[in-house]
Design a binder for this molecule. Structure first.
Ligand code: ADP
Ligand code: MG
Length: 377
């Protein structure tokens, strides 16, 4: 939603479409992963935080079994409809909503018919998880409307299942957990196997910038699947359930893997260690160490996991050339996407634009600043 949208205007948007007022409203943020890339589907660790941009869902109950939904960000605000119990994939944004209602019903919850209006400031498809923000905001609004006994972790699991089943995207649990449990200024250390998590405050002196490369590869999902398969292959050859289970003593076994499996596995194993070190660095407010871990993570993604692209590398280099920057790395699945930059919260408002400008001259012409957060500390 635009920063200028007031509550009253938001209410009238719902009224304009559905001819009445909404009954409940809820929000959920997008997220950026600070560190821990391609570890989630290997049973490992991640460290996302919420971004200031949010998605807002407004709902009102209906007396029939219909869901009528519209989004300011999709289909020019036109209403899509489906009947509860008849959810089927259409290859459209409404699948996220159908996925949510189908999964709630599968869990035995009596979902009422409802009207839904969505507005979002989270950029769609930039790797900032607009999809999880959509699922979690809608689930929060429905939980409130119908009084569902869902805790925040279960809410995240419902969102993930919605996306895995109805949408057909084989995503891990990070995005929904981050949207459901993290906040701006709070990172979420998450064990993706046990779902144990810890909220770690981000020190006041830390500033975060996210720069979108503007590069999206059509083959990204195919490459993502190939990386997953390579990790599974490596785990099988090493005789562990998931790469997460490769203990320190067994690290030398990596050397016996054929390439590229050796490098793929090495990324996952070292990245998991970096997430643990980064969490410790955050707790101690050790920003220089956190920055070095960002840098090492980027190198590992670029050289071992091979998920970076030249435009992303150009943004990382431009960020590192800036005074006051502690580190920078590719965030999200890769093959394009965004860069997260850790800098001092020194109130230097020109830093982001300078990085974008330098990156644009060095091979990232579509670079764009999408998130700036952190207070002057
Ligand atoms: P990301 O989650 O990184 O933004 P995804 O491809 O996972 O990218 O999700 C983007 C998709 O989620 C969009 O193409 C759209 O179908 C759906 N979506 C996300 N936010 C909204 C929204 N506010 N309104 C309608 N659809 C949305
Ligand atoms: Mg997504």
């Amino acid at each position: 939603m635009a920063a200028t949208t007031t509550e009253a205007e938001a209410g009238s948007d719902f009224r304009e479409r559905f001819g009445r007022n909404f009954e409940r409203a809820a929000q959920a943020p997008g997220r950026v992963n600070l560190i821990g890339e391609h570890t989630d589907y290997n049973g490992g660790f991640v460290l996302p935080t919420a971004i200031p941009q949010k998605t807002r869902a407004e709902v009102a109950r209906r007396s029939d079994r219909r869901v009528r939904a519209a989004s300011a960000e999709a289909d020019r605000g036109r209403i899509s409809e489906f009947v509860l119990g008849e959810e089927t994939r259409r290859g459209a944004w409404i699948d996220y909503i159908q996925g949510v209602t189908a999964e709630l019903a599968r869990r035995g919850l009596a979902v009422p018919g409802f009207d839904l209006w969505i507005q979002s400031a989270v950029p769609l498809g930039s790797g900032l998880s607009s999809s999880a923000a959509l699922e979690v905001s809608v689930l929060r609004a429905l939980r409130d409307l119908a009084g569902f006994p869902l805790d925040d972790v279960t809410l995240a699991l419902v969102g993930q299942r919605a996306e895995n089943d109805l949408v057909g995207a084989p995503v891990g649990i990070m995005d929904q957990m981050a949207s459901s449990l993290a906040d701006v200024g709070v990172a979420l250390f998450l064990d993706t196997r046990s779902l144990a998590s810890e909220r770690i405050p981000i020190p006041r002196g830390a500033g975060l910038l996210v720069v979108d490369s503007g590069v999206r590869h059509d083959h990204a999902s195919g490459d993502y699947r190939r990386r997953r398969a390579e990790c599974e292959d490596a785990a099988r050859r090493l005789g562990v359930r998931e790469l997460r289970d490769l203990t320190v003593e067994r690290r030398p076994d990596l050397e016996r893997l054929p390439e590229p499996l050796r490098r793929r596995a090495r990324h996952v194993v070292t990245e998991n260690e970096r997430v643990i070190e980064a969490s410790a660095a955050l707790r101690r407010s050790d920003l220089p160490l956190l920055g070095r871990l960002f840098d090492a993570s980027h190198e590992s993604q670029r050289d071992d996991f091979e998920v970076s692209v030249p435009a992303v590398d150009a943004i990382v280099a431009a960020a590192r050339a800036e005074p006051g920057v502690f580190g920078a790395r590719l965030t999200g699945g890769g093959f394009g996407g965004s860069v997260v930059v850790l800098a001092g919260a020194d109130g230097d408002a020109d830093r982001g634009p300078r990085i974008v400008e330098r990156a644009a001259r060095a091979g990232a012409p579509a670079a764009r600043l999408v998130v700036v957060s952190g207070e002057k500390g």
